[in-house]
Design a binder for this molecule. Sequence first.
Ligand SMILES: NC(=O)C1=CN([C@@H]2O[C@H](COP(=O)(O)OP(=O)(O)OC[C@H]3O[C@@H](n4cnc5c(N)ncnc54)[C@H](OP(=O)(O)O)[C@@H]3O)[C@@H](O)[C@H]2O)C=CC1
Ligand SMILES: N[C@@H](CC=O)C(=O)O
Length: 361
Amino acid sequence: MSAVLAEAVVPKAAAAAPQQVALVLLGTGVVGGAFLKLLCTPVAKRLHLVGAANSRKQQTEATQLAARDLRERLRREGAPRDDAALLSALDEHHAALKVIVDATASAELASRHADWLARGYHVVTANKSLAGGQLPGWRALQTARAAGGRYGDSATVGAGLPVLSTLRRLCDCGDSLLTLEGVFSGSLSYLFNTYDGSRPFSELLRDARKLGYTEPDPRADLSGEDVARKLLILARNAGFALGSDEVLVESLVPESLRELSTEAFLARLEELDEPLAALHEAARARGQVLRFLARLNQRGRARVGITEVSPTHPAARLYGTDNQFALTTTRYHTQPLVIQGPGAGPEVTAQALLGDILALG
Ligand SMILES: NC(=O)C1=CN([C@@H]2O[C@H](COP(=O)(O)OP(=O)(O)OC[C@H]3O[C@@H](n4cnc5c(N)ncnc54)[C@H](OP(=O)(O)O)[C@@H]3O)[C@@H](O)[C@H]2O)C=CC1
Ligand SMILES: N[C@@H](CC=O)C(=O)O
């Protein structure tokens, strides 16, 4: 009865109409490509793509942007990269909301996020390099956000799993994060959930790359750097002013492979096989399994690295690209609040970007 009454007194027209959105897409790789597909679905009908770019070329011409094979075309043709022309395309569009979508891993582009926010654009990003990078960058971002800039960052942790939103909601309610623990990498989860010694580690890594789980340079995953960024993003959102040098990171990349170009590294993946097989065998002999874990303790000490855990450990019971985030807070203190699910892949990540854009208004 009360629901019927409520409907009668609140006229439908009172709800604000969703706003038109003009957007520029930076990065047309695995995530950017999946995002372009979502732009063709009915839920995206109020989103207008006015510019798209890869690392070398860009396009602002309407018929080119509407082409189904935009990614392939950008590889062959387009104007040279120039952010100013992309921002002009946003300025010239009538839409009320102007959004820059960063689907790259470029630290240089990420360093411009705060400036774009200060200039009135909204930023939606899968790129973790600013929020999970040096502390001054994080602080500049907070200043821009405090001045009203809206920053969609759901894709940066758990590829859109509701981790950041949950953590921020708890903090808004006066709860405090005490400890954080789990598996924050989709590719490393896939690798260690699958690796049993029967196929070389390098083969599984090639699969993970083909499936779109790894970073553009998979050493960003194997080195623990990508996991450390996610840990920093979560910790900072919970009020820990951690510097990037304050996370103890244990790399899986042998010294001999660290300084190579990405191409040269990809040609020598087999060199990972022996050390990983030895770690796996040692764990197996002790009845344990390997997992790449991230941990933040109550004193703000942070560590990411490979760990032997028992087969009954929660992290040992993951599948595919599952991530797992166990949050112990002042109010979730007898048992942690656990968020778990696929934490990498083009579709889920692109959806996280889309969700953040639609949430702007
Ligand atoms: N893959 C996943 O599951 C997830 C990825 N992410 C994040 O998404 C981002 C993209 O990852 P992914 O799509 O896998 O990577 P890809 O390597 O597939 O794509 C990266 C794209 O960025 C472009 N690019 C690089 N520099 C610039 C630049 N200066 N201006 C414009 N475009 C540029 C590249 O251009 P070019 O084609 O010319 O090289 C490429 O199109 C990363 O930050 C990653 O951490 C986040 C969550 C999950
Ligand atoms: N390479 C990352 C992708 C998501 O951030 C991962 O493996 O988790």
